[in-house]
Design a binder for this molecule. Sequence first.
Ligand SMILES: Cc1cc2nc3c(=O)[nH]c(=O)nc-3n(C[C@H](O)[C@H](O)[C@H](O)COP(=O)(O)O)c2cc1C
Length: 215
Amino acid sequence: MRHLTAADLNGFERIYRLNLVNGLPGFKPANLVGTAAADGTTNLAVFSSAIHLGSAPALLGIVTRPTTVPRHTYHNLKANGCFTLNHVPVAMAAAAHYTSADFAPETSEFEACGFTAVYRDNFPAPYVAESPLSIGLRLLEEHAISNGTLLLVGSVEHVYVQENGLRADGTLDLVALGTACISGLDGYHEVKEPARFGYARVGQVPGSAGFQPAK
Ligand SMILES: Cc1cc2nc3c(=O)[nH]c(=O)nc-3n(C[C@H](O)[C@H](O)[C@H](O)COP(=O)(O)O)c2cc1C
């Protein structure tokens, strides 16, 4: 097994380090963040940093890179207060990836990359029509991280999910939805059916007292 230390990581050539460190968390969710500028120009950017922060109330976070250069997503979000997260359909992974290119502020990545912006239920941020699951969020908190990145916390106000992706127990069938996931900086994956194990209880762990296999 290769052993890499913090000193090794710091010493690596920049791109090598970027590739390696971006892969460390493992598979990440693939979302398109939809926002709108004050003049109505829409913006779309692929983000792999969406995280679940709590279910009641429903909170999700995204991490934005340092705002030392113009970040249209962040700028729009601050002005407008709302954003959308839209699962990347596997079939449109390439188009989703291209949204990360450095487009001019007056160019909408929706149009440039082949996505359709839709507004729903008077929410002020645009959703991606092609996405099988979209979420409307309101910016609630902003936390500065020591490296200049920002954790933006959003409260979930709306969820739109294709009927085939919502199971009777509330779990999401991401395989049926055709949602992609991401590895590193440019890897997009189609996922297989999961193995599911339900809520873990000590008694189900082989070798534990009163062991009973999960049904
Ligand atoms: C696979 C992938 C994942 C990305 N994830 C993030 C992310 O989580 N946060 C972020 O700030 N930028 C992320 N980016 C970069 C943005 O997509 C890129 O900076 C984009 O141009 C931002 O657009 P904006 O300036 O319109 O906000 C990612 C790019 C790629 C290719």
